[in-house]
Write a protein that binds this ligand. Sequence first.
Ligand code: IMP
Length: 200
Amino acid sequence: MTLLVATTNQGKLREIAGILEGLPVDLVTLRQYPDIAEPEETGQTFGENARLKALYYARHTGLPSVADDSGLEIAALDGAPGVHSARWHGSDYAHKFRMIHELLAARSVTGSPARFVCHVALASDGRIEYETEQEVCGEIAAVPRGTHGFGYDPIFYYAPLGRTLAEIEPHEKAAISHRGKAFGALRAHLSAHPVWLRSS
Ligand code: IMP
């Protein structure tokens, strides 16, 4: 089976490819489909955006397509940046981290509980075949630390390992992260449905 992983984010793609490694599927990405315009992510929730992206790319490529929508929710900021994580206050993460700390300071908070959420949807033949939503809970670090991972990883402190997600190895992150758990569940679903795997 050929499965389209609908992302252009190299950080995410590395993580997803690692998690799905060993399944009898050939992964293709949006790099192979440069002419397909990105759909507007108009959803109000991670689930709505993941479903709309998976259905859109399945329709445009004719391939079973998996899409995820993910982001960071900071409790003391009423769940921001949430579904707007990618574009919230621009694309420079050093600036985004400063904004988070400034907004928290304005509310007299230093570290806030936070969670990363990942909703994964698999679409084929015009319908959603499978979906799951997973999270990892942590807190906002007072200072960004670490060089692994991507995005908000340096300011997401994960107490059970005593480090930020940017300070842990990729395989450690895959074991505990929102995306690791969501694609792990997708992997289990695909493994449990070998007929579907073969027939596509
Ligand atoms: P999406 O590509 O629309 O799902 O947007 C996801 C955005 O949420 C990314 O661009 C990052 O800013 C943030 N994000 C999601 N997952 C992670 C993660 O595992 N680490 C750090 N940032 C993440």
